[in-house]
Design a protein around this ligand. Structure first.
Ligand code: FAD
Length: 314
């Protein structure tokens, strides 16, 4: 089993913003640069892990640019840091570069849009555990719902660099094509060959798209697409693994599908979080206790966010 989150030193660090680019209607890509001890800590960050940003003192965008549905929420103070997963981590000389994909949904992410190069922001991280890659696996299926694509992009990179004997396919779902959090789409020929999303194609990985309204790829839920695809694929369940990241109802369905095909499955869970290190006990995930019908509560920030899907009570 590969995964090394226990060796990572977390801390409170300052990061320099190097890019904050709008990549879609509500989607942005934020690049953060770390130096010194922070660079070493983040260089060791793994797919599935996350950081917490302090956005309390970051200004709001101008009133006329705030979407009407977020006008009320924008007035709220930002008391807690907000968690974001790594979409990529690179090292450049003595520095570490971290990339986050984010969607503007409330007061903190609205403020995030005003960050620009030369700003600095306080970060706690790297936090949480990571996606594990069991040794016997030959096929990995990465299932992303909406913003769940971020950590799976980083996982795709890990497969390309460290697990070249594992065949990887990505399933990316969203309500509409516009709500897929990617910058570029490939041409029709690439799409027919199974390379729909340029970011995954860059890692040499096939990606299949599903949209609820049929505006791109399979018309329907990404989990229906996965299920149909698995019925046709001739895969050995014990040699296959599914990784899921996205809204909880989608993860519950992914877990159910994995169970019915007897495939190992890991899911990245989301909870509102405060401390990020397991102290406040605010981000409980109900899990099945081993060897009994009881349930126990694990902390999403410390024991997760990645859980064995079969252990989570959805
Ligand atoms: C481990 C982890 C990794 C994450 N990674 C990313 C990422 O890479 N990109 C990204 O855009 N977002 C990510 N999120 C979600 C992000 O942290 C929240 O959307 C954040 O609260 C946004 O802050 P806000 O003030 O803009 O909106 P808020 O006002 O905090 O939230 C807006 C709405 O979303 C709901 N909400 C917020 N967070 C959650 C949650 N965790 N579970 C269920 N509902 C929630 C709130 O109830 C509210 O209705 C992650 C969350 C977790 C726990």
């Amino acid at each position: 089993m590969m995964g090394n989150c226990s060796t990572v030193n977390k801390g409170v660090f300052s990061a320099a913003v190097c890019v904050n680019k709008q990549i879609g209607h509500e989607f942005y890509r934020l690049g953060l640069e770390f130096s010194g001890g922070a660079a070493a800590a983040f260089a060791a960050a793994r797919p599935g892990q996350f950081l917490e940003l302090d956005l309390a003192d970051v200004p709001l965008p101008s009133t006329e640019t705030i979407p009407a549905d977020l006008a009320d929420a924008s007035c709220r103070d930002i008391l807690l840091r907000r968690p974001f997963s790594f979409a990529n981590v690179d090292t450049k000389g003595q520095k570490s570069l971290v990339e986050i994909l984010y969607r503007v949904v409330g007061p903190a992410t609205l403020r995030m849009t005003t960050l620009s190069a030369s700003d600095s922001v306080s970060v706690i991280g790297p936090l949480g555990n990571d996606f594990r890659v069991p040794e016997e696996k030959k096929t990995a299926l990465l299932v992303a719902g909406g913003m769940g694509a971020g950590p799976l992009l980083f996982l795709a990179k890990l497969f390309t660099e460290d697990f070249t004997d594992i065949d990887v396919t990505v399933f990316a779902g969203a309500k509409t094509a516009k709500q897929l959090p990617f910058e570029r789409r490939l041409d029709k020929l690439s799409q027919r060959l199974g390379f729909s999303i340029a970011e995954f194609a860059g890692y040499g990985i096939k990606s299949l798209v599903a949209t609820d309204d049929g505006s791109m790829g399979f018309a329907g839920l990404v989990t229906d697409y996965l299920s149909r695809w698995l019925k046709k694929a001739d895969l050995a369940g014990e040699r296959t693994i599914i990784y899921g990241c996205g809204p909880e109802p989608m993860l519950a369905k992914v877990a159910e599908i994995a169970d019915s095909f007897k495939i190992d499955c890991q899911v990245s869970m989301e909870r509102m979080m405060a401390c990020g290190i397991g102290l406040c006990q605010g981000c409980a995930v109900e899990c099945k206790a081993a060897d009994s019908g009881d349930t126990i509560y694990k902390m999403c920030c410390k024991d997760g966010p990645v859980f064995e899907a079969g252990k989570v009570v959805f």
